[in-house]
Design a protein around this ligand. Structure first.
Ligand code: COS
Length: 383
């Protein structure tokens, strides 16, 4: 336990209240303006949300994996665009430094990430390297005490507001695949770095993604994470193992929100002279959604406990990511069905959440990549 029980319970209650009273009422506005208001971001900083997972010695709350899951489920009570604002600082943007950074890198960057003074972003994907991340082409050529980076990174969450990027590039052009890749901390103001215009997306308005373009971008050699070249792919994979558990927890939270919306609506909406909740075909949809979200919830906590016990959870994280993100897709689909015509209108939150959750089955590794990882780990165990 990182925090004592009382302090942690206060944190959970505060997050629940913030979600219900401050964020939920702003959902429609954020979706239509494609922007989270600056005063809300300032409140997130005050609440410590940017530093949830960063160790206490660097100014964060240092939550354990289980505690992070508890908070992430509660953050799932609202549109995921809000979580995305600080999601990279507590997840894939910072964890490479937390896990593998040198003491100097940690001391320099982590306090600023924990306070929200700096925004971080994770740059792995490229136009030609998505699921096959090990084939990335962005090059990093040593020139004196700097590397010169060239390439394009695609769909990079929070890149429009990022101050630093955890960015994977190929330092060894003669070694194809994962072994030639290094992880860098690249500062936004590095000469030769530019960010494209924000992408137009299906959902999650308010969360921004864009290309990151590197043209003879000079990065100090000292900014290789951990000071060791050629191990950046492993750093990225470890970061994703953790990130996949976090996304699974957010999926559980959103499923629970959708189920609550469905129960309320079905209890009020009357057809054939009674509340539609009294019809068994509606009850079946509610029951399936509840059973599946409960299963996902249980899986995520089990995997978190194993991670805290020091076990390798690559297989479990992939199982959770696959099951929980597919689950929330099904729950959102049933929610549209229960709401009927109202589920298709943007006046109600269901239509928006249905689009928002579609991303979960794609980013941080598609369902199909999770299947490959699960099978591969199983076969490895059998060797
Ligand atoms: N933790 C630690 N190390 C890992 C690891 C993990 N979870 N996964 C792989 N590695 C290591 C391997 O052990 C291997 O090291 P050795 O060469 O020393 O044995 C190295 O990394 C290369 O791994 P592998 O051979 O498995 O690489 P592949 O090219 O086959 O890639 C997949 C594997 C498909 C799993 C990987 O490319 C992947 O996860 N793709 C999806 C990427 C993704 O999630 N993108 C979303 C972008 S972020 S929003």
């Amino acid at each position: 336990m990182a925090l004592d029980t009382e302090t942690f319970n206060i944190l959970l209650e505060t997050v629940e209240r913030f979600v219900a009273e401050r964020l939920v009422p702003l959902e429609a506005q954020v979706a239509s303006e494609d922007q989270v208001p600056a005063d809300v971001i300032a409140e997130m900083k005050e609440l410590g949300l940017f530093g949830l997972t960063i160790p206490e010695e660097y100014g964060g709350l240092g939550l354990t994996m289980t505690e992070e899951i508890e908070v992430a489920i509660r953050l799932g009570g609202t549109t995921p665009a809000f979580r995305s604002i600080f999601g990279t600082n507590i997840g894939i943007g910072s964890q490479g430094i937390v896990m593998d950074g040198t003491p100097q890198q940690k001391a320099h960057y982590l306090p600023k990430l924990a306070s929200g003074e700096m925004i971080s972003s994770f740059a792995l994907t490229e136009p030609e390297a998505g699921s096959d991340a090990g084939s990335l082409k962005t090059s990093a050529r040593l020139d004196g005490d700097h590397y010169v980076l060239n390439g394009t990174k695609r769909f990079i969450t929070n890149s429009p507001s990022a101050d630093i990027f955890t960015l994977m590039a190929r330092t060894d052009p003669d070694t194809p695949g994962a072994k030639g890749i290094s992880a860098f901390i690249v500062e936004r103001n590095s000469p030769g770095l530019s960010v494209g215009s924000p992408d137009k997306k299906m959902g999650q308005q308010g969360a921004k993604t864009a290309d990151v373009i590197l043209e003879d971008c000079r990065v100090p050699a000292a900014n290789i994470i951990g000071g060791v070249a050629g191990v950046g792919f492993k750093t990225a994979m470890k970061v994703l193992d953790r990130g996949r558990l976090h996304i699974s927890a957010v999926s559980v939270g959103i499923a629970e929100r959708l189920i609550k919306e469905c129960v309320n609506y079905a209890s009020e909406r009357k057809q054939f002279g009674k509340a539609i909740a009294e019809f068994q075909l509606i009850q079946a949809m509610l029951a399936d959604s509840k059973a599946e979200s409960y299963a996902a919830r249980t899986m995520v906590f089990d995997a978190a406990k194993k991670k805290e016990a020091g076990e390798n959870i690559t297989l479990e994280a992939a199982c959770c990511k696959m099951f929980a993100t597919e689950m929330v897709g099904k729950v959102a689909d049933r929610a549209v069905q229960i709401f009927g015509g109202a589920g298709y209108l943007s006046e109600y939150p269901i239509e928006r959440l249905y689009r928002d959750v579609r991303l979960f089955r794609i980013y941080e590794g598609t369902t199909q990549i999770q299947q490959l990882i699960i099978a591969r780990e199983l076969l490895k165990e059998a060797e």
